[in-house]
Design a binder for this molecule. Structure first.
Ligand SMILES: [Zn+2]
Length: 266
């Protein structure tokens, strides 16, 4: 059984951490999705890149449905993602890691549900990120003496453009802490699919108006790399904990409340 899935951007090379990594293709309604399976400290992991094509794809054009469906079909119950984000507050400078606990959705023009017909449900999003998996992530970071913020509200915009100064001011006043393009859609899909879902968000830049610097992604390379390294260490620590957890341990969370994707038998 797969203990944990990691869904990350292309530049987070988690597969390099695995023992016996094996490339696989998972059939989904949206076509085959490539992934890597392997072991890490005794846990079975599956690594899936958000943009499975390997070519640049704008955030609104990513196939979120296929990615989450692939994880379900692989038998996954827990997924941890990483998100490289902009900060909406000077108190969250570049380099800050945040384990998200809330979101505000400003996306549009993208499909962000599995429900398309008369047979639909209303996913409970009061607590969008799995409390158990969040706790495990925070404990893993603590074991490593890595400082992360235990709370953070992610504002998801449509992208691919960045925000205006007025938008950054508004998002902060609404209660947002960080901003990005992808996380909310993944989070909603995961909840509809009944998966436990948690995210490590790494601040790579300050939002518009909070710094004199222009917003240029190529300048954030060092911050992205530092977050990717830290995320890999946290996942390795989490893998140790999961390896010690009996597979039939009952879950205290309520993430698996709706499952529009049929799970494979067994
Ligand atoms: Zn859960």
């Amino acid at each position: 059984m797969v203990d944990l899935a990691v869904l990350a951007s292309q530049d987070v090379d988690m597969a390099a951490l695995l023992t016996n990594p094996t490339e696989i293709l998972i059939d989904t309604a949206g076509g085959p999705v490539p992934a890597t399976v392997g072991t890490l400290h005794g846990s079975e992991l599956i690594i899936l890149h958000r943009n499975a094509t390997g070519r640049p794809v704008a955030p609104h054009a990513l196939d979120y449905r296929a990615n989450i469906e692939a994880l379900v079909r692989a038998g996954v119950h827990r997924v941890v993602t990483t998100a490289m984000v902009g900060s909406l507050r000077p108190s969250l400078p570049v380099g800050t890691g945040v384990v998200l606990d809330q979101f505000i959705d400003f996306t549009r023009d993208r499909r962000s549900t599995y429900f398309t017909g008369h047979d639909f449900g209303h996913a409970d999003m009061a607590e969008p990120y799995c409390p158990e998996l969040r706790k495990s992530l925070l404990q893993s970071a603590q074991h490593l003496d890595v400082a992360v913020s235990p709370h953070g509200c992610y504002v998801c915009t449509a992208g691919p453009r960045f925000e205006t100064r007025a938008e950054v001011r508004m998002f902060a006043r609404l209660g947002g802490d960080v901003v990005g393009f992808t996380n909310v859609t993944e989070c909603v899909m995961a909840r509809e699919a009944g998966l436990c879902f948690a995210t490590y968000a790494g601040v790579v830049n300050l939002g518009a108006g909070l710094s004199d610097q222009s917003l240029r992604t190529e300048w954030w390379h060092d911050a992205r790399e530092a977050h990717a390294t830290r995320f890999g260490a946290i996942i390795a620590e989490l893998a140790k904990v999961l390896a010690r957890t009996p597979p039939d341990t009952p879950k205290a969370c309520r993430c698996a409340t709706s499952t529009p994707i049929e799970r494979p038998a067994g």
